[in-house]
Design a protein around this ligand. Structure first.
Ligand code: ARG
Ligand code: ZN
Length: 854
């Protein structure tokens, strides 16, 4: 069944107060709920309480046993005579058999919850929708030895002994909140604690709770939390509002983390880090996610969403906030490059495929399928465009207005845009199409120059492609930062312009342009669009060396590489000299930092190359990319070795400069390997063995894993044995092999799925093999079809355990329109096989059926 945005109705009943009493036990937890309910408006409809797999053991109204209720499917329907009542229910649930990891479940002996989006209804009967805000009191009793720590939202109220080896605790959250922000945790946990003093002078007790043995790996997350709290005060004027802030890390978690009020629950991969087990990428991810969940306290919790169609209201804005935070901790340019790369890798294909949907969707079958790159990352780009158009001061005034006006309410994307308009003093009528129209706009930019008259004309044209359910599109507002450079002198020909392209086409005239201009466009990736220009390889090489916007420099190099690779795939071969010279130039540029150089000299991924082509030929793309890698490796071998030696000298330190050096080192190692140098494998093995950190060790392992050396086998064994008791590192062992460029990767992955350490029940482990493999374009699209079959087999098995995680891994199978007819037919056959599975979840049904329709 389909839920539609246009069908939104205000709740029939509000629930101002909720009190919950949990008798916790992994096999049978009883939940007694007491709700004060109030009829909302004039109507005579009954109270409908959502449930999922619950049986009411007791229903009481105003303290009396009540019989005027019935079940409507999973929903408890209670007839009530008056305008306000107290409703009590009791249910029993079984956390240890909850493999979906939604509701109350057990992870490694810790009882924890995940309620967003609709998990609370698996715990108790409730109007489980985000616009019903309630003040919660929670009481828990549990076995003292197994669950010495009892946590819930808000501040602790009281605790004590309950006799019989049990104890109890009460928590109260003064802030009304929707049910999806409810959380509790019970377990044998230890805390890494700190105090944060807010800007107004209030002390907040911070704690990160993990199993005792993991305590030494929590300092980075705790430091990130304090940094994020100070940043949100300085940047948005947002202060924390409770006396305690708790974070708990668990090993089994469906996504990254969850922003429950005062009690964030995290996938342990986004908390635990030390140099020996976590890469720089992991460290950055931890800081980003810790900040993200913390920032939700304002953008998500204090102001929540009216309905789930508004999900990007909190997610897009919060991603924008965490991206800005991370940029401020290091290099803005490198962070922007990473974010754009992620957008292009995940969101552009989504927007171009059968699962494309607007940032504010119109309909869904299963809301958890809509926690997508479009809602999160494209949503963040929408906020960024508004921030660009407003400028920093007016943007801050607009967010102040938003936080002030909607505090304590459940708001809409429209509310946010209205604040941008009011405080920004601009009209965003047409801009709103970004919320309603799916698909990545495509811009054609043609620059012509009349040498005699000194005039340059930039012709811009936009099209928005059709997407499922949206065959015809209106033009969007595209904020494009543009600048011209003189191709002879390298001089800037005037200042940067912010062009707001709003029509289908537009011409911009530049006067007084006496030398041939080169176009720098969409600088900083100011609009999330695809730009096609008439720039020559020489123009791109020029910009890659001279542009003053670092993102544009990176982009010019990427475009040069892409043009070369696409030509090579199309014609079987291509001239590599332009790329080689541009890379040589970048490597030798002493004004650039290592992290930027490492990003700039990296070739686009095989799948991104495929995205540029009418049809993906995975083998041809692989060959073309490998050939260019080999040429770059050979032609610049001396430079790579010099860069490698220089970067090698450093001892481990987590600082932007040291991270950059490590990144460039492994990129250089990759090119030395690609050159075919006879000592490459031993060089990689030495790096692997002597590394004092996981970034270097995994970098070397990845390099070896793509080859056929004896060192490869040795390194994989050593790595496995060294880290066999650390599941987060074992995930890397699986994913490194699944991402390998070797010819036999499909077979290797099938074997790994039979490895004793592979288990589908842990989402991280499932993703480390299935998720990694399906983004390995050549291996996944193996001409035999075994890659498709493998993924389908795994997802069918996973759907029975954890449908949400299974459905999230399905989209690669739906990209059948992007490959040749033979492959497409095999992919469709797997989708059909999935759809024929008896008892398929609605999560999988929605993803597979939409993917099959195309
Ligand atoms: N709100 C969480 C976050 O952005 C993620 C929740 C994901 N929920 C889901 N059903 N996929 O940090
Ligand atoms: Zn979020």
């Amino acid at each position: 069944s389909v839920t539609r945005r246009e069908d939104y109705l205000v709740p029939d009943w509000m629930v101002p107060e909720t009190s919950l009493d949990f008798a916790l036990d992994p096999a049978a937890t009883t939940v007694e709920a007491t709700l004060s309910v109030e009829r909302n408006g004039e109507h005579d409809r009954p109270l409908r309480l959502d449930g999922d797999g619950l049986t009411p053991e007791l229903v009481r109204v105003d303290g009396e046993d009540w019989s005027n209720w019935c079940m409507d499917g999973p929903t408890l329907v209670i007839e009530l005579p008056g305008a306000s009542h107290t409703v009590e229910t009791r249910v029993t649930i079984c956390p240890e058999r909850n493999t979906q990891l939604m509701g109350l479940y057990s992870s490694g002996g810790i009882l924890c919850t995940q309620c967003e989006a609709e998990g609370f209804r698996r715990i108790t009967f409730f109007p489980d929708r985000p616009d019903v805000l309630s003040r919660y009191k929670v009481r828990m009793t549990a076995d003292k030895a197994r669950y010495p720590i009892l946590l819930a939202n808000g501040d602790p109220v009281a605790s004590g002994d309950a006799g019989d080896g049990r104890h109890w605790a009460e928590w109260g959250d003064p802030f009304p909140k929707p049910s999806y922000l409810f959380a509790l945790v019970a377990g044998d946990l230890a805390a890494n604690r700190a105090t944060f003093t807010t800007q107004s002078g209030r002390d907040v007790q911070l704690a990160i709770w993990v199993r005792e043995k993991d305590l030494p790996r929590t300092d980075h997350a705790l430091h990130a939390l304090k940094t994020a709290m100070a940043w949100d005060e300085a940047t948005y004027g947002r202060e924390y509002d409770l006396d305690v802030f708790n974070i708990v890390a668990v090993d089994d978690f469906n996504f990254g983390a969850m922003e429950n009020k005062g009690l964030n629950i995290f996938n342990s991969r986004y908390i635990l880090a030390d140099p020996d087990t976590a890469t720089d990428y992991d460290y950055d991810g931890i800081a980003g996610v810790v900040a993200h969940e913390y920032f939700h306290n304002w953008s998500g919790n204090r102001i929540t969403c009216r309905d789930w169609f508004q999900l990007s209201l909190k997610e897009g804005f919060t991603v924008f906030r965490d991206q800005s935070f991370s940029a401020d901790q290091g290099s803005h340019a490198v962070k922007r490059i990473e974010d754009v790369r992620a957008l292009r890798a995940a969101q552009f294909p989504e927007d171009a495929g059968p699962l494309a949907h607007p940032v504010r969707p119109d309909a869904y079958q299963e809301i958890s399928n809509f926690y997508t790159a479009t809602i999160y990352n494209k949503g963040a780009e929408l906020i960024r465009m508004m921030a660009t158009m407003l400028g920093p001061q007016r943007f801050r005034a607009a967010t102040d207005l938003y936080f002030d006006r909607f505090d304590g309410t459940a708001a809409t994307c429209e509310d946010f845009v209205t604040c941008m308009e009011e405080a920004g003093g601009i009209d965003l009528i047409q801009f709103r199409r970004w919320y309603s129209q799916a698909g990545t706009p495509r811009v054609t930019a043609t620059l012509t120059h009349e040498a005699g008259g000194g005039r340059a004309v930039l012709s811009l044209r936009q099209t928005v492609p059709p997407t499922p359910g949206q065959p015809v599109k209106e033009p969007m507002v595209l904020p494009l930062r543009i600048k011209l450079f003189g191709s002879d002198t390298g001089a800037e020909l005037g200042d940067e312009h912010l062009v707001l392209l709003s029509g289908e086409s537009e011409e911009i005239i530049f006067e007084g342009i006496s030398e041939r201009p080169v176009l720098s466009i969409n600088r900083g990736f100011s609009a999330p669009v695809i730009v096609e220009t008439n720039r020559t390889p020489a123009d791109l090489a020029f910009l890659s060396a001279r542009d003053d916007d670092p993102f544009a420099r990176y982009e010019a190099m990427q475009q040069l590489m892409l043009d070369t690779l696409v030509a090579s795939v199309t014609h079987g071969r291509a001239e590599h000299d332009n790329v080689v010279e541009a890379v040589r130039n970048t490597l030798g540029d002493e004004t650039l930092d290592s992290a930027f150089i490492a990003e700039a000299v990296l070739l686009p991924s095989e799948s991104f190359i495929g995205d540029q082509m009418p049809l993906v030929d995975p083998e041809a793309i692989h060959r073309a990319r490998e050939a260019l890698r080999r040429d770059l490796g050979r032609s610049l071998e001396r430079e790579w070795r010099a860069a490698y030696e220089q970067a090698k000298a450093n001892r481990f330190e987590y600082s932007p400069a040291a991270k950059g050096a490590r990144r460039l080192k492994t990129v250089a190692l990759g090119y030395i390997t690609a050159s075919g140098a006879p000592d490459a494998a031993s060089l990689a093995f030495v790096q692997f063995e002597q590394a004092d950190n996981m970034t270097d060790r995994q970098g070397a392992l990845t390099t070896l894993a793509g080859g056929t050396s004896d060192e490869r086998v040795a390194a994989l064994d050593i790595f496995y044995n060294r880290y066999s008791d650390n599941s987060l590192v074992l995930d890397k062992w699986f994913s490194t092999q699944a991402l390998s460029a070797r010819d036999d990767t499909p077979e290797q992955v099938e074997q790994l799925a039979r490895h004793p350490d592979f288990k589908l029940s842990n989402p991280n482990r499932a993703r480390s093999l299935i998720g990694a493999f399906s983004v390995n374009q050549r291996a996944f699209h193996d001409a035999s079809g075994r890659g498709y079959r493998f993924v389908a087999d795994q997802l069918i098995a996973l759907d029975k355990i954890n449908p949400q995680t299974a459905a999230k891994l399905l989209p690669p199978l739906g990209r059948w329109k992007r490959v040749d007819a033979k492959r497409a037919e095999m992919m469709r056959a797997e989708l059909e096989r999935i759809l024929a599975v008896p008892g398929l979840s609605k999560d999988m049904f929605e993803q597979a059926s939409k993917s099959l329709e195309g």
